[in-house]
Design a protein around this ligand. Structure first.
Ligand SMILES: Cc1ncc(COP(=O)(O)O)c(C=O)c1O
Length: 378
């Protein structure tokens, strides 16, 4: 079994390097992420290149480096056959398969569909072309999957394709990549109970996946490697955001509102999670239902629509928990600047791993046309 770290979940170099040191390969979905993995020292052959948007230049680089290219659509398949001829090299490929696993809406926009025969058709095109080396089968059935059984269905459908390839071409698939999607301990908006009490454990996913592979019709002498691209389940719980209270006020209907110095600009995931927020110093015994706003001058900047909190005062600090996944890659530079990020090591030593932005950072890429420089506003 092999992990491939999903770069888009958190591509801070320090974080990627920890995963690579623990043995993870890299799973990337753009030329930018691909180059980042190479710069982080990952061998080309240990980079899985997913996603619908790989340029010809990206594909050439990936072919030359022996990376594992997961084909998303027929245009990409034909480009690869063309590039294989041009570069006189057999690219290592897999196809991404989408399928009905009982989870709706279905994620059928990526890859080739299993039920309608698109996936089988793409596999035949690859095998008959002889230009591409079919090494794997891939799927990523969704994210924050609360039903482990969906992975059993996915594993069954991918093994079915592997067995048919074996039968028809006597060709053995080297790996089955079941993607990511395992839930972290966060609580999704609208959930009745907290995620920490109800979300499946890693053991439950592991049990379902390993049983499905062992019980499949795959020949035990030729079992493919299982690859997982788990993102949020591995990093969400490790990230915290420290902020402070700017002000309190009463809304027109009397509800308490607290304005924090971080909002959806830094905590993108507050659009779909009810993040746990706790005070970072001694607090009152009295608590009250409160709405938590961010600092942006924009109505949608809400961190929690309702949370029962002790009374916080201006300057008090709060901690947002489980924010390690999909925030530092999706946060936006909107209205204000982004802060520093620190890593706390096992000896509790603090390391700055990303500096805060300054006005200079923001303008460094801007260019003012000559004719606009001449205007004197004084
Ligand atoms: C192809 C692929 N693999 C892995 C992941 C990681 O998913 P997760 O963070 O849900 O584990 C994603 C995220 O969307 C993805 O698109």
């Amino acid at each position: 079994m092999q992990f491939a770290w999903s770069y888009k979940t958190n591509y801070l170099n320090a974080v990627c390097n920890i995963f690579h040191q623990e043995g993870s390969w890299a799973e990337v979905v753009s030329g930018f992420e691909y180059d980042k993995a190479i710069d982080n020292g990952v061998a080309g052959s240990k980079i899985i290149f997913n996603g619908p948007n790989k340029s010809e230049e990206d594909l050439k680089k990936a072919i030359k480096n022996d990376s594992l290219i997961h084909i998303d659509h027929l245009e990409e398949l034909y480009s690869l056959i063309f590039l294989a001829e041009e570069l006189k090299k057999r690219p290592k490929v897999a196809i991404r398969v989408n399928m009905d696993t009982g989870i709706y809406p279905m994620w059928d926009r990526f890859g080739f569909n299993y039920e309608n025969g698109q996936a089988w058709d793409a596999l035949n095109k690859i095998m008959i072309s002889k230009k591409l080396d079919l090494v794997g089968l891939h799927c990523h059935i969704g994210t924050f999957m609360l039903s482990p059984n969906a992975y059993a269905i996915a594993a069954f459908k991918l093994t079915d394709l592997a067995i048919n390839i074996e039968k028809k071409y006597s060709h053995y698939i080297k790996y089955i990549d079941l993607g990511g999607g395992f839930a972290s301990k966060n609580t999704l908006k609208g959930s009745f109970l907290p995620g920490i009490d109800t979300n499946p454990s890693i053991d439950e996913y592991a049990e379902v996946i390993s049983s499905a592979l062992i019980n499949s019709a795959l020949n035990p002498e030729h079992l493919p490697t299982l690859i997982l691209e788990s993102g949020r389940a591995l990093i969400d719980d490790a990230g915290y955001l420290l902020g402070s209270v700017i002000a309190n006020k009463r809304l027109s209907a009397g509800k308490r509102a607290t304005i924090l110095d971080f909002g959806v600009n830094l905590l993108f995931t507050s659009f779909w999670y009810e993040h746990k927020i706790t005070p970072a110093q001694e607090f009152t015994h009295y608590s009250e239902d409160t709405v938590l706003y961010g600092p942006l001058c924009m109505n949608i900047d809400v961190i929690r629509e309702n949370i029962n909190l002790p009374l916080l005062n201006k300057g008090d600090q709060v901690v947002a928990h489980c924010v390690g996944a999909y925030n530092v890659t999706q946060w936006m530079q909107f209205i204000t600047l982004r802060p520093k990020i620190v890593l706390i090591d096992l000896d509790e030593k603090v390391h700055i791993i990303k500096d805060n932005e300054t006005n200079q950072t923001m303008v460094s890429l801007e260019k003012l046309p000559e004719h606009l420089k001449k205007i004197d506003l004084k």
